[in-house]
Design a protein around this ligand. Structure first.
Ligand code: AP5
Ligand code: MG
Ligand code: ZN
Length: 208
């Protein structure tokens, strides 16, 4: 395992998950993703209610719940790709008390492309592999190439919820992007083009 500590920032649908999978394979890193962790615990009772109540509405899950997920994952990781966290300034400040980062990569993709990517996304119910009905279709419609599992739509990938997630991103997470830009640790990567082209750009940044 290598010890790169990479933060991947970007709006919903920018390709954080897609590129994280490539990065963890290439550099043997842990994938720390609050979105996947929360989806696996959507019905968990917390003092704030369940994560699913926030997620299905496109809102942020309260900070104490996500901070706990991240701190536990960081304890076990040498190198990691952090995906989906931090999403507001308070989370960014909490993170800075827990670990240093080598590089912050911002995946830049324009708004209308994000809506198309998210509303066309399909994920494997069994192994989590991600597809897109037009941009990355499976060989057989509705069936996972990797494991034969059923492909489903994420509950927050409907057009209305996607628009709310983008609004929440602009309000809460764009200030996080600015925060890292001001610190000088942000590297912007063009997130358009094929996933392989985007990955080549990220690799160039990491191997700098
Ligand atoms: P989360 O799961 O993190 O969702 P997100 O940030 O909205 O991002 P996505 O996972 O939707 O997009 P992605 O960038 O990973 O794109 P992907 O690679 O899949 O969070 C979900 C919810 O959990 C939040 O709304 C919130 O409620 C809660 N939550 C999570 N973290 C939290 C936190 N820190 N604090 C509070 N609450 C939190 O790609 C998208 C699609 O595009 C796919 O279909 C893919 O095939 C396709 N695609 C990818 N790359 C390309 C390309 N280059 N060209 C064409 N298509 C492409
Ligand atoms: Mg994702
Ligand atoms: Zn699968």
């Amino acid at each position: 395992m290598s010890d790169h500590r990479i933060l991947l920032l970007g709006p919903p649908g920018a390709g954080k998950g897609t590129q994280s999978t490539r990065l963890t394979d290439e550099y043997d890193l842990d994938h720390i993703t609050t979105g996947d962790a929360l989806r696996a615990n959507k019905e968990m009772e917390t003092e704030y209610g369940t994560p699913g109540e926030y997620m299905d509405a496109g809102e942020l899950v309260p900070d104490p719940v996500v901070n706990e997920i991240v701190v536990t994952a960081l304890e076990d990781a040498d190198g990691f790709v952090l995906d989906g966290y931090p999403r507001n300034i308070e989370q960014a400040e909490y993170l800075s008390e827990q670990t240093d980062l080598d590089v912050v990569v911002f995946l830049d993709v324009p708004g209308e492309e994000l809506v198309d990517r998210l509303t066309g996304r399909r994920v494997c119910d069994d192994c989590g592999a991600t597809y897109h009905v037009r941009f990355d279709p499976p060989e057989e419609e509705g069936v996972c190439d990797e494991c034969g599992g059923e492909l489903v739509q994420r509950e927050d990938d409907t057009e209305d919820t996607v628009r709310e997630r983008l609004r929440v991103y602009r309000e809460n997470t764009e200030p996080v992007v600015e925060h890292y830009r001001e610190k000088g640790s942000l590297v912007e990567v063009d997130g358009e083009g094929s996933p392989d082209e985007v990955f080549d750009r990220i690799r160039d940044v990491i191997e700098g």
